[in-house]
Design a protein around this ligand. Structure first.
Ligand code: SF4
Length: 310
């Protein structure tokens, strides 16, 4: 008497045909990550700002600055980051300018520039804080020591906070929220991804940290698509949700769970994913066979296919 047939198998089809959508999720995510057009998408990503530099110290400072300002629409935050870095380049580059602003406060830097609720004093304060942290610890890398993801982030952000100007505004302080505050710390998780991950499009400069330790930068796009895939539950993109999603992704790549982040985020940033099923768009999406997005858009979801929030 032979073995009973696998109830999921159909005569004449291979074992992969018996796999449930959940079991094939990793393969679809791998396809998404492998097919994202890195060159084109980086143009709409704040990662493009540290990519202007070759010196590791400049990459660190430009990266931390760009990550901190990477909220709202790309088309709005990109010009102000670019203008500030242009000014830094006229003073020896981001690391040198941060060191100079950290050592000698001045009202001349970034005069008249602002982004959302951050005015020019906040932009100066952010640069000065990064400069003082580099001067005290030798580099930004030295602020983020190996530990659990929460320990690494919490410790690093606390060291940076300790370098904030005494008169730092609430807006400036809000850039340095921590896991213990419940925040997903998206901007700092993104900065760490840039610095730690070895594979493109990231830099892999900080070899003292393991990519397996990273937590996914949980922005609205990633949170939404992760929900469509059944990888995340709940309605709030907080630290707990970021850790849960990272653990779910670890099933597919235990050594580098956040390698899916760039492609997931850019499904939304590019406007390709409209947040609901769309026969024409979804037919070209690698996640189509396992996506459980709703059939119809809400008015909040229906928006033009242009670069969106990061
Ligand atoms: S809704 Fe469509 S485009 Fe968006 S993730 Fe799902 S399959 Fe991809």
């Amino acid at each position: 008497m032979g073995d009973a047939p696998d109830p999921g198998m159909t005569a004449g089809r291979g074992p992969s045909a018996s796999r449930s959508p959940a079991e094939t999720l990793g393969g679809h995510l791998d396809t998404l990550a492998a097919t994202v057009d890195l060159g084109a998408r980086v143009a709409d990503d704040p990662l493009r700002f540290p990519q202007r530099y070759h010196n590791p110290e400049d990459i660190e400072v430009a990266g931390a600055f760009a990550a901190c300002l990477a909220f709202g629409r790309v088309t709005l935050f990109a010009p102000i980051i670019s203008a500030c870095l242009d000014e830094a380049d006229q003073h020896g580059g981001p690391a040198a300018y941060a060191a100079s602003l950290g050592g000698a406060p001045t009202r001349l830097a970034f005069t008249g520039r602002y982004y959302r609720w951050l005015d020019d004093a906040d932009l100066r304060g952010l640069f000065a804080t990064l400069g003082r942290a580099c001067a005290r610890h030798g580099s930004l890398a030295a602020c983020f020591v190996a530990g659990s993801a929460a320990q690494t982030l919490e410790g690093g952000i606390n060291l940076l906070r300790s370098e904030l100007p005494d008169d730092a505004s609430r807006a400036l302080r809000s850039l340095f929220c921590r896991p213990s505050d419940g925040s997903a710390c998206k901007r700092w998780c993104m900065f760490l991804r840039w610095m730690v991950r070895r594979g493109a499009p990231d830099f892999g400069l900080w070899t003292h940290l393991d990519p397996a330790q990273l937590v996914i930068p949980l922005d609205t796009h990633v949170f939404r698509v992760a929900g469509f895939l059944g990888l995340i539950e709940g309605r709030t993109p907080n630290w707990r949700a970021a850790v849960c999603l990272t653990e779910a992704l670890r099933r597919f790549d235990s050594a580098d769970p956040v390698r899916y982040d760039f492609a997931l985020a850019h499904l939304g940033i590019s406007g390709a994913c409209r947040g609901h099923r769309d026969a024409e768009v979804c037919a070209t999406c690698p996640l189509d066979p396992i996506c459980q997005a709703p059939a119809a858009a809400t008015s909040a979801d229906a928006s033009p296919r242009s670069p969106r929030r990061r």
